[in-house]
Design a binder for this molecule. Structure first.
Ligand code: M6P
Ligand code: ZN
Length: 195
């Protein structure tokens, strides 16, 4: 019998509703408000004004009951609400996996982008319903809502991947994604407070 034959969770069916962006049964949920996103947006003053004012919910993450544990394969749905801070689209904090493991994102509702950065190379993937964005090991990743409607995607990732947010604060993400006449544009990453 292989050592992983005894699983901490039993086989289960999880109902995935793309229109409602829900997983049933569900596990932990995470709500990130503007005040949770310190040090991310280029315009610190505009960020602070929003965080200390209305402090809106920027994105929510609902998870399945599969735990973030070694050898498990958890899933979550992230919904990023539409909005901008001084022309920079609302986005997730973004993280690197400390163990350098891969992940997939499947676009399910609305449109957005997946920003990838390995410390040297940078990539941007357009995301829409039915598109799988592949995140290779060693690439930090951040999602952006580039529209005026909610953007939702399903994530599937190794349970031991972890979330290193400090790496992104230290290295940036290579690009920033801002609004433009024809939708969105990528500009070189600038440190927070530089605009
Ligand atoms: C996806 C997954 C999660 C992640 C979430 C929000 O659902 O990658 O692991 O937590 O997006 O992203 P972040 O952790 O960068 O705020
Ligand atoms: Zn990840």
């Amino acid at each position: 019998m292989p050592e992983f034959a005894t699983q901490p969770v039993a086989p289960m069916a999880i109902t995935f509703d793309p229109a409602a962006a829900t997983l049933t049964p569900s596990g932990p949920t995470l709500t990130r408000r503007m005040s949770d996103l310190e040090g991310l947006f280029a315009d610190t003053e505009a960020w602070r004004e929003a965080a200390e004012g209305e402090n809106p919910i920027v994105y929510e993450v609902v998870s399945s009951p599969v735990p973030e544990a070694d050898r498990e394969l958890p899933q979550s749905i992230t919904t990023i609400h539409p909005g901008q801070v001084s022309g920079e689209f609302w986005m997730t904090k973004g993280h690197q996996h400390p163990n350098h493991q891969g992940e997939i994102y499947l676009g399910i509702e609305g449109v957005g982008g997946l920003l990838l950065f390995d410390g040297e190379q940078r990539r941007y993937l357009d995301m829409a319903p039915g598109v799988i964005g592949y995140i290779p090991p060693g690439w930090a990743h951040r999602s952006i809502n580039t529209s005026d409607q909610p953007y939702s995607f399903l994530a599937v990732y190794p349970g031991s991947a972890g979330h290193d947010y400090g790496w992104v604060l230290e290295h940036g993400m290579g690009h920033r994604v801002i609004s433009a006449d024809d939708g969105h544009a990528l500009i070189d990453f600038s440190p927070t407070g530089a605009r």
